[in-house]
Design a protein around this ligand. Structure first.
Ligand code: GAR
Length: 191
C-alpha cells in the first residue's frame, strides 16, 4: 500500500474523500500523516475522527518558506511517506520540498488548468464567463499550479451560478477523481 502524506489548510473534504476511498477498498493506501498550517482548520478535527496523526506546522512560526518546507520534509520523512498529497494546501512551496520528493507531490486545483491558476480560481472562472470549468490533479512543479496533469474532470457553469454553487459542483468531482488520480500517478511512476 502507498503511504500518503496529506497537506491541507482548510475544510478537509478532500482528505475525507481520500480516506473514504481507502476504507472502501478503492485505493490501496494509508494516510500516514496530515500536515496542516491553520490551527483552527476543520481538517484537523476530521483527521482526529479518522484516527489520522496530524501535525500542525503554522507558517507564522517560520521565518521563511524554505524553513517551513524543511519542517514539512522532516515530518513526511518521519512518517515514511511515499507520496505527498496537497489537498487544499494554500501556501506556495519551494524547491526545497519539491527536490525532497521529486515527481511525488500531487496537487488538486479547482479549475481546468492551465486556465485560472492561483488564488480564487472559481471566482476567476465565473468572471471570465466560461461555460465549462472543473478540477485538475497535477504533479507539483515550482511555478504555481503547474506541472504534468494526471487527471481532470469538467463541470458545466450555469448562468445563475455563484462561487459557492460552482465550487460545490467542482468539489463533487474533486472527491471522485483525487483517489483515482493518486492510484494512476503511482502506477505511471512505476512504469
Ligand atoms: C479544493 O477545492 C481545492 O481544489 C482547493 O482548495 C479546496 C480545498 O477543499 N485548492 C486550491 O485552491 C489550491 N490553490 P477541502 O479543504 O474541502 O479539501
Amino acid at each position: 500500500p502507498l503511504r500518503l502524506g496529506l497537506m491541507a489548510s482548510g475544510n478537509g473534504s478532500n482528505l475525507a474523500a481520500i480516506a473514504n476511498a481507502i476504507a472502501a477498498g478503492q485505493l490501496n493506501a494509508s494516510i500516514a500523516v496530515l500536515i496542516y498550517n491553520q490551527p483552527e482548520a476543520r481538517v484537523a478535527q476530521r483527521a482526529e475522527q479518522l484516527g489520522i496523526p496530524a501535525v500542525l506546522l503554522d507558517h507564522r512560526a517560520f521565518p521563511n518558506r524554505e524553513l517551513l518546507d524543511a519542517a514539512i520534509i522532516q515530518t513526511l520523512l518521519q512518517a515514511e511517506v511515499d507520496w505527498v498529497i496537497m489537498a487544499g494546501w494554500m501556501r506556495r512551496v519551494t524547491q526545497v520540498l519539491i527536490a525532497a520528493f521529486p515527481q511525488r507531490i500531487l496537487n488538486i486545483h479547482p479549475s481546468l488548468l492551465p486556465s485560472f491558476p492561483g488564488l480564487r480560481a472559481v471566482e476567476q472562472a465565473l468572471k471570465a464567463g466560461v461555460k465549462i470549468s472543473g478540477c485538475t490533479v497535477h504533479i507539483v512543479e515550482l511555478a504555481v499550479d503547474s506541472g504534468p496533469i494526471i487527471m481532470q474532470a469538467a463541470v458545466p457553469v450555469w448562468p445563475n451560478d455563484t462561487a459557492p454553487t460552482l465550487q460545490a459542483r467542482i468539489q463533487q468531482q474533486e472527491h471522485r477523481i483525487y483517489p483515482q488520480a493518486i492510484a494512476l500517478a503511482a502506477q505511471q511512476s512505476d512504469e
